[in-house]
Design a protein around this ligand. Structure first.
Ligand code: COA
Length: 263
């Protein structure tokens, strides 16, 4: 599927979404967010697609932020819905029933970093640079950065990056647990695809329930979270994939999940 600001490609059971405004370092304008929103809606129930990868076109950037040209024209009233719209799209990603992996192939600033923070897993290239430089524009992050970054690295560290506008490099992002792995620019995509393929072979039920349990842990008490976990654990037992997984173990063979999941 080809849109003006997004390029989407289906490869096996994986959907690759490329943010495609390389001349503007893939800055996120409203059109790109709307396209992303409708791609997510279109693929939510698509049983062939099991994992989504998001990356940036070109060699320099994942996304260098929300589009500053658009922001500079906002009124106070527009700004609230502008922020809420982006928050809504990123909330949809965070709560998506299929894993969404950000491949951060360069700059991920402002809205670009907030998009990556909403994804379930982040991998980056060695030359990646991340940060929330909105204060340099007299703004604060508006697409979830003030909420997701402190939940990932604690509020003191999040405020350090937000208030100073300092960029973090790939080594620092890895050290703080923001990215799960760092690869050379040349190998980032290949490694992201490899991870996506590995996940796509697992039980779609167990993958979706893992996402639900882990994402809910950010908003629940321990006892609520444990209750969600045991409910989802018991739902696994009723799936064909559980029967396949345990049968394969007993028969000493590799499981073949999702047999009745083909469209
Ligand atoms: N919104 C709109 N356009 C952007 C943009 C953004 N967030 N980030 C980059 N661009 C555009 C530039 O205006 C430039 O367009 P032009 O060629 O028409 O002038 C083009 O992308 C290339 O950017 P440039 O600044 O020339 O590249 P660089 O390699 O010198 O610097 C950055 C890269 C990322 C350091 C720099 O572009 C930057 O600081 N961008 C803004 C980051 C930011 O503040 N993000 C938060 C926004 S809320």
């Amino acid at each position: 599927m080809q849109n003006s600001c997004l390029v989407c490609e289906e490869k096996d059971n994986i959907l690759i979404i490329k943010l495609n405004r390389p001349d503007k370092l893939n800055a996120l304008n409203v059109s790109i967010l709307k396209e992303l929103n409708s791609v997510l809606d279109n693929y939510a129930e698509n049983k062939n697609i099991k994992v989504i990868l998001i990356t940036g076109s070109g060699e320099k950037a994942f996304a260098a932020g929300a589009d500053i040209d658009e922001i500079s024209k906002l009124t106070i009233i527009d700004a609230k819905s502008f922020s809420e719209y982006g928050q809504g799209v990123f909330h949809k990603i965070e709560n998506f029933s299929k894993p969404v992996i950000a491949l951060i192939n360069g700059y991920a600033f402002g809205g670009g970093f907030e998009l990556a923070l909403a994804c379930h897993i982040r991998l980056c290239s060695e030359n990646a640079k991340m940060g929330l430089p909105e204060l340099n524009l007299g703004l604060i992050p508006g697409y979830g950065g003030t909420q997701r970054l402190p939940r990932k690295i604690n509020s003191g560290r999040a405020l350090y990056y937000i208030l100073s506008g300092e960029q973090m490099d790939s080594a620092e992002a890895y050290r703080m647990g923001i990215v799960s792995n760092v690869y050379s620019s040349m190998n980032l995509f290949e490694n992201g695809l490899e991870l996506a393929k590995r996940i796509a072979e697992k039980s779609v039920d167990a993958v979706a329930f893992s996402l639900k349990a882990v994402i809910s842990s950010e908003n629940t008490t321990m006892s609520e979270g444990l209750s969600i976990e045991s409910s989802l654990f018991s739902l696994c037992i009723g799936t064909e994939n559980f029967i396949e997984g345990t049968s394969a173990f007993n028969e000493k063979r590799k499981p073949v999940f999702n047999k009745s999941n083909k469209e």
